[in-house]
Design a protein around this ligand. Structure first.
Ligand code: TRH
Length: 386
């Protein structure tokens, strides 16, 4: 029988820099810690309006509220005095904890386990940095780095218990998928149609690929959740803008703009498409759990650091592919992230989709390894806080 961890109070701090990745990851993790490990979690967020997009029902005007078993707390510019520190403190993605809260941590008899949850990377150096301590210069506190990753010597990847089985059931259930498409106002998939979800940053690669599909031999239906790429999609049809509910057709291409949903809703979209185009960190991981071929629009970093990160992932993901499939995948990831060359890249990728589909099915178990991120995190906390 698996060991049940002690119930502890956790405070997770998250600043919304831009987009939804930081809040997407912390909200997902908070829910998993509560549901699967019985932990008591309070999530501090500086931008509740952004958070409300992926947590319907959240009131952005309300400073403190309970949603799905998690206490959601506005993280105000001036942090209130008198807040007691939790036993476990997660500082997400290097956000700076408020001084008043650090003082509360230092005042605890048993100092909290303090972790900096870092961004996901498949780069080799992550293994050497995962778990490293960083003592506070003044206070009797030590922060440890927690690096998500794709190997046993990292913090692993966020994946809820039972998710892969639930996804497999969904993908085997044609009736559930038909009902799903119908609620979105999307027609049933015809036998020869390719169905693609598109959630990327703005890029000319999107227009180029959609144009290729419009002029191509196969019907392609693209589902686009409202977001940054809509301008590029609109331009393909000569429109200024598009919004949720809009449907456009050009040649063999049909495009449906979908409303932004909650995270389980987005998972269903990924599970229901043949190919997914994703971005950032969290949707990138969810596309892998969807077990379908995907393209990753990586978040841009200074000095092209993101390209190193992109290639590190490709070398893991592509390791067991045949040379033609690997080359085609690398060319397509690069073209998308360069913002050009998608027509040629797609011509190379399309004949490899069967192999990529088979590969995508085996990948989740390999990527997860012995344990998911929340399990590794709880174990690390158990090891430090007896
Ligand atoms: O929004 P992002 O671009 O976030 C990025 C990255 O995390 C990046 O690494 C970080 O530095 C930057 O933010 C600040 O992409 P990401 O990570 O995929 O997050 C999107 C979240 O939105 C994810 O949790 C899935 C969720 N989502 C929904 O809940 N509903 C939807 O309809 C869609 C399309 C997404």
């Amino acid at each position: 029988m698996p060991h049940r961890p002690s119930v502890r109070h956790w405070d997770i701090f998250c600043t919304v820099i831009d987009n939804y990745g930081d809040i997407g990851v912390t909200w997902r993790l908070a829910r998993q810690l509560q549901r699967e490990f019985g932990q008591r979690v309070r999530l501090w967020v500086d931008d509740l309006a952004s958070f409300a997009r992926l947590c319907p029902g959240l009131d952005p005007e309300c400073d403190g509220q309970e949603r799905q078993g998690i206490t959601l707390q506005r993280w105000p510019k001036t942090f209130p005095d008198g807040i007691a520190a939790a036993e476990v403190v997660i500082e997400a993605f290097g956000c700076q904890l408020p001084d008043a809260y650090l003082a509360a941590m230092a005042a605890r008899l048993v100092k909290p386990t303090w972790l900096n949850l870092e961004y996901l990377s498949a780069e080799d150096w992550v293994e050497g940095c995962h778990g490293l301590p960083s003592p506070h210069p003044r206070l009797p506190l030590t922060k440890h780095f927690f690096f998500p990753g794709f190997t046993e010597r990292t913090g692993g990847l966020i994946c809820e218990a039972g998710l892969l089985a639930e996804r497999a059931r969904w993908q085997a259930d044609a009736a559930a998928q038909a009902a799903y498409w119908s609620t979105l106002g999307v027609p049933p998939q015809t036998e020869d149609e390719l169905r693609v979800s598109l959630f990327s940053y703005a890029t000319p690669a999107a227009g180029e690929l959609l144009g290729t599909w419009a002029a191509g031999p196969q019907p392609v239906r693209v589902l686009v959740p409202e977001g940054k790429v809509l301008g590029d999609v609109a331009a393909v049809f000569g429109d200024e803008t598009l919004q949720a509910g809009d449907v456009r057709q050009k040649g063999r291409l049909a495009v449906h703009v979908l409303p932004f949903t909650d995270q389980p809703g987005y998972d269903r979209l990924l599970w229901s498409c043949d190919v997914n185009i994703v971005r950032g960190e969290d949707s990138f991981v969810r596309a892998q759990w969807a077990a379908r071929p995907f393209l990753w629009h990586i978040y841009l970093q200074e000095e092209d650091a993101h390209l190193v990160k992109l290639d590190a992932f490709l070398s893991h993901y592509g390791a067991s592919l045949s040379a033609p499939a690997r080359d085609a995948l690398i060319a397509a990831f690069h073209a998308w992230n360069r913002g050009q060359g998608m027509a040629a890249a797609w011509a190379g990728l399309a004949p490899q989709l069967d192999e990529l589909r088979r590969h995508a099915q085996g990948w989740p178990k390999q990527a997860l390894g012995s344990a998911d991120l929340a399990s590794r995190l709880v174990q690390m906390v158990e090891n430090t806080l007896q």
